[in-house]
Design a protein around this ligand. Structure first.
Ligand code: DON
Length: 305
C-alpha cells in the first residue's frame, strides 16, 4: 500500500501546478501550492501514508460533516432536515441564488455554506465556548488526536473577510431558518472551519465513517450506524459541491472537500482516505487530490457503485 501511495503522489505532483490556492480567505494563500499527501487507514486500524502528510491545513468545509453529525445528535434527523434540505444544488458552495432568487427559505443541503451555517446554529450548548469545545472535542476524539486545535490566523482572516457568509446567515435569520445571534453563529462557523488537521487525521475520521460509526483502532462507537449512513449519503450527493455528480461517476466514494485543500473520503467497510493538496480546481476541490482519489479508486476498485 505504501508503495502505491508514493507512486500516486509522485505521478500527480505536477498537476498541483494547474490549480490555484484559495484566495478569498487571504491567510490560505500562505499554503505551499506544490504540497501533496495521501493517507489511508484500513479498518484494522493500520495507517499508510505518503507525501506531505504531516503538513497541517484547516478543515474548512470538511468541518460541515462535524456540524451535521452534532446537529443530528442534538436535535434528531427530523428537526435538522426541517431546517436544511438534502438535495444537491448544481451551484457553487457559497451561492446565494437558491436562497434568494428561487425564494427558498431552506438551504438545499448541509454541505453548502448556507446549509452548514444552519446546522452549526442547531448545535446545543449553553455558550458559544461550550459549543466550540463540543466541535473540537468531537474532532479530537474521531481523529484520535488530542493536539488538534484552531488556526487562529485563518480564523481571524475568514472572520474579517467572510461577508458573503454574513449575507447568507442574515438572510437565513430573516426567514427564521436560524435562531439566535447571527454573529455568534458565524463566529462558531468560522472557528470550526479553522480547525487544523493533517491527512492522517482526516483519514482516521473517514475510517470511522467507513466503519459505520465505530473507531477502527479502539472499537468504540462514536456515532450511530444511522447517522453514519446519512452523512455518507449526503457526502456522495453533495460533498464535492457542483462536481459531486462527476466525482460519483469517476471515483464513486463518499467524500467531502474543503478549500484548505483537504478531501476526506470514506470507502464503506474498507478504508478511510485523507488527501491534501491546497492547489484547487475551479469548483474549490483539491485538483491533484481528486486525481489521486481517481487513481486509487481505479487501482483498488473502490467505487461503491
Ligand atoms: O465558508 C467558507 O467559505 C469556507 N470557510 C469553507 C468553504 C469551503 O471549504 C468550500 N470548499 N471547497
Amino acid at each position: 500500500m505504501k508503495r502505491l501511495l508514493e507512486t500516486l503522489v509522485e505521478n500527480n505532483r505536477e498537476i498541483t501546478k494547474k490549480g490555484n490556492l484559495a484566495s478569498y480567505i487571504p491567510e490560505l494563500l500562505n499554503a505551499d501550492k506544490n504540497d501533496l499527501g495521501v493517507a489511508v487507514i484500513t479498518l484494522d486500524g493500520k495507517v499508510h501514508s505518503a507525501g506531505d502528510c504531516s503538513k497541517k491545513f484547516t478543515m474548512q468545509s470538511i468541518s460541515k460533516v462535524v456540524s451535521l453529525i452534532l446537529a443530528i445528535q442534538d436535535n434528531g434527523k427530523e428537526r435538522v432536515f426541517e431546517k436544511v434540505g438534502m438535495e444537491p444544488t448544481g451551484d457553487s458552495f457559497n451561492s446565494i441564488v437558491n436562497l434568494e432568487i428561487k425564494q427558498k427559505v431552506k438551504p438545499y443541503n448541509p454541505m453548502i455554506n448556507a446549509g452548514a451555517i444552519a446546522t452549526t446554529a442547531l448545535i446545543y450548548g449553553v455558550s458559544e465556548e461550550e459549543k466550540f469545545e463540543k466541535i473540537l472535542n468531537f474532532t479530537r476524539k474521531v481523529t484520535g488526536n488530542n493536539d488538534i486545535d484552531i488556526n487562529k490566523s485563518v480564523y481571524k482572516s475568514e472572520k474579517l473577510t467572510g461577508d458573503r457568509n454574513r449575507y447568507l446567515a442574515y438572510y437565513l435569520k430573516s426567514n427564521n431558518t436560524i435562531d439566535g445571534d447571527v454573529e455568534d453563529i458565524l463566529d462558531l462557523y468560522f472557528k470550526q472551519c479553522s480547525i487544523e488537521v493533517n491527512c492522517i487525521d482526516i483519514a482516521k475520521f473517514a475510517s470511522m465513517l467507513a466503519n459505520d460509526g465505530i473507531l477502527p483502532w479502539s472499537g468504540e462507537r462514536v456515532i450511530s450506524r444511522e447517522v453514519s449512513r446519512i452523512v455518507k449519503t449526503i457526502m456522495v450527493t453533495c460533498g464535492m459541491y457542483d462536481a459531486s455528480g462527476k466525482f460519483a461517476v469517476h471515483i464513486g466514494i463518499p467524500a467531502k472537500s474543503g478549500v484548505g485543500g483537504g478531501i476526506m473520503a470514506a470507502v464503506p467497510k474498507r478504508m478511510g482516505i485523507g488527501v491534501y493538496g491546497p492547489s484547487l480546481d475551479k469548483k474549490g476541490n483539491s485538483i491533484a487530490g481528486t486525481h489521486i482519489l481517481k487513481e486509487l479508486s481505479d487501482e483498488l476498485d473502490l467505487s461503491i457503485f
